[in-house]
Write a protein that binds this ligand. Structure first.
Ligand SMILES: *[C@@H]1O[C@H](CO)[C@@H](O)[C@H](O)[C@H]1NC(C)=O
Ligand SMILES: *[C@@H]1O[C@H](CO)[C@@H](O)[C@H](O)[C@H]1NC(C)=O
Length: 311
């Protein structure tokens, strides 16, 4: 005990910051997977013709076709994606916010959190893109006519077959919209969590604890859902797009947004808002509650101190 440096502030080791972020995000993804499946299927159902199915009908259809396992199609890809994407993104963000505290001895400004979150999201998304491509394809496979299905057996099967059949660059198809979406999501989720947390403490006088984490994560989740749905739809369409007369259907994220609002109406950019909110808000709550609980437990049981958050 006496050997320990008295002046150095105790903190969570960097690898554990990544591990805690990953654990929180993977747990949330497993719990919320069936809604992710429904959301993705609603997004690829393009407007015209057939009446689009409700979330409940889609859940029923998934169970009818493949049993309960039908609800967990693509789970391996989702877990892999979160393990790479969110571990990186949350790890980078929490490391940066802690570094900010060390440098400036104060909570980060709005601008600083926005920049740190955008950077964390971009890095996380770029390394996570291959798993994301695999995930979207597995989630939507069952909707294709049987002859067009790819029948990937797992995400590793998907990744190796995509590499073999379409070349390694196909794994980064949609990297630009994926990174774009992650920047939007990370600003709306991570930066706003920091700010909502700060506001709830300073304006509502809430102490650091479960209620504070809950309030801040609900605010963060609602903002995340609203800001990110259009970008999420664009990303899914790009990853699923077909070639029309030898040319890709969309040129990029803005092209998808413009085409959808022109052909299907502006509000089509928020198609599937209800299942999206029902997925994103609980996911965000789970991520932050788990992350904060892990941090709190580390402080309490390992460092023997009260939790001092740097998020
Ligand atoms: C944040 O950025 C905006 C736009 O660049 C700037 O006007 C504002 O002064 C910045 N705020 C702080 C606190 O640095
Ligand atoms: C996937 O399975 C269906 C039958 O369920 C078959 O028609 C299709 O050709 C298979 N796809 C591939 C790529 O093997």
């Amino acid at each position: 005990m006496s050997e320990q440096k008295q002046d150095a502030e105790k903190k969570i080791p960097t690898p554990l910051k990544y591990a805690f972020g990953g654990t929180a995000a993977v747990t949330a993804a497993c719990v919320m997977h069936p809604l992710d499946l429904v959301k993705t299927r609603m997004q690829v159902a393009s407007g015209g013709g057939a009446k689009s199915a409700s979330p409940i009908e889609l859940l029923k259809a998934a169970v009818k076709n493949d049993g309960i396992a039908g609800l967990y199609k693509g789970l391996s890809a989702s877990v892999l994606r979160q393990s790479v994407y969110s571990t990186t993104r949350i790890g980078v963000y929490t490391s940066l916010t802690e570094y900010y505290h060390e440098l400036y001895k104060t909570a980060p400004t709005v601008n600083a959190t926005v920049l740190m979150a955008a950077f964390a999201g971009a890095v996380g998304a770029y390394v996570g893109t291959p798993a994301d491509v695999g995930l979207v394809r597995m989630l939507t496979d069952a909707r294709l006519p049987p002859a067009d299905r790819r029948n990937y057996t797992s995400v590793f099967n998907a990744l190796s077959r995509i590499t073999k059949e379409e070349g390694v660059l196909a794994l980064w198809r949609g990297a630009v919209p994926t990174v774009g979406r992650a920047i939007v999501v990370s600003i709306a989720q991570l930066a706003s969590y920091t700010q909502f947390r700060h506001l709830a403490k300073s304006q509502l006088g809430m102490g650091d604890g479960f209620n504070l984490h809950l309030v801040a994560s609900i605010g963060s989740g609602l903002l995340t859902a609203t800001a990110s749905l259009p970008v999420d739809i664009a990303k899914t369409r790009i990853q699923n797009m077909k070639m029309i007369e030898g040319k890709p259907e969309y040129r990029g994220i803005l092209d998808v947004l413009v085409k959808i609002s022109r052909k299907e109406g502006f509000l089509a950019l928020w198609r599937g808002y209800t299942p999206y909110v029902l997925r994103v808000v609980p996911t965000t709550i789970l991520i932050f509650i788990i992350l904060e609980q892990l941090n709190t437990a580390y402080f309490k049981y390992v460092l023997g101190e009260e939790y001092k958050s740097k998020i």
